[in-house]
Design a protein around this ligand. Structure first.
Ligand code: ZN
Length: 236
């Protein structure tokens, strides 16, 4: 039930982001970030930027699948950004510790995955700050990126996030791996849509992620062979 609802939301948002690739004005109209806010999706690193790069992100973890993801990232020498749920960090704190110890970026994806456009300020605050607290306990670092569940970003969420010292970070390539469309479909969707500067959305939590894990070797190997550098994002 939740998935069906979520699918509709995600499709709407993905369409907005894809269209936005061809016109940032339209993204602004859809997402309504306030003036001066960061663009919705892409956050190129501040320092020297490689000629070709992608930002690989994993949402909804940590989970029992995260160690498999970590092993593959290590095998291919790739760093990624993990947008974790506070409730899952509380359940698997040692895995969050391992993610950071392996050199990846650990960022905030709320505590319980609500659509942050429709929660009270009190709820918004606790979703974000409680997640900060458990991530900080395992990594020693306070996240500065917030990925709103379902891509639920509007002027209010941008403003509330900013008041907590957070920048919203979305994505540009969404293979919908969470819906388990099959390993080869996940691979094809990523590799057909990726381009320089893409922010790729995958999931290491929120359900059975064996297809995502199985898709990773081909995705990583192919992107490396195409000459992409992998950056992480910290929103600082
Ligand atoms: Zn999520």
């Amino acid at each position: 039930m939740r998935i069906a609802w979520l699918r509709g939301r995600r499709r709407w948002w993905s369409a907005a982001v894809v269209v936005g690739l061809f016109g940032s004005l339209l993204v602004s109209a859809c997402a309504s970030p306030p003036a001066g806010a960061s663009p919705a999706a892409v956050s190129p690193p501040q320092a020297a930027v490689a000629s070709k790069y992608v930002i690989l992100t994993f949402d909804d973890g940590p989970s029992q699948y995260t160690p498999q993801v970590l092993a593959l990232l290590r095998q291919y020498g790739v760093k990624a950004t993990f947008f974790e749920l506070g409730q899952n960090v509380a359940r698997y704190p040692a895995i969050t510790h391992r993610v950071r110890a392996a050199g990846h970026s650990v960022q905030n994806h709320s505590w319980s995955h609500p659509d942050l456009r429709y929660v009270s300020w009190t709820k918004f605050r606790s979703e974000v700050l409680d997640t900060d607290r458990v991530i900080r306990a395992q990594t020693g670092i306070t996240p500065h990126c917030l990925r709103p569940p379902y891509g639920g970003a509007n002027a209010l969420t941008y403003r509330r996030a900013a008041s907590l010292g957070k920048k919203l970070r979305l994505w540009t390539v969404d293979p919908e791996d969470w819906s388990r469309p099959g390993t080869s479909t996940i691979v094809r969707r990523v590799l057909s849509k990726v381009h320089n500067g893409s922010v790729i959305l995958l999931h290491d939590g929120g359900g059975n992620r064996s297809q995502t894990v199985a898709a990773l070797p081909t995705i990583l190997r192919t992107l490396k062979s195409r000459g992409y550098t992998f950056y992480t994002t910290t929103c600082t």
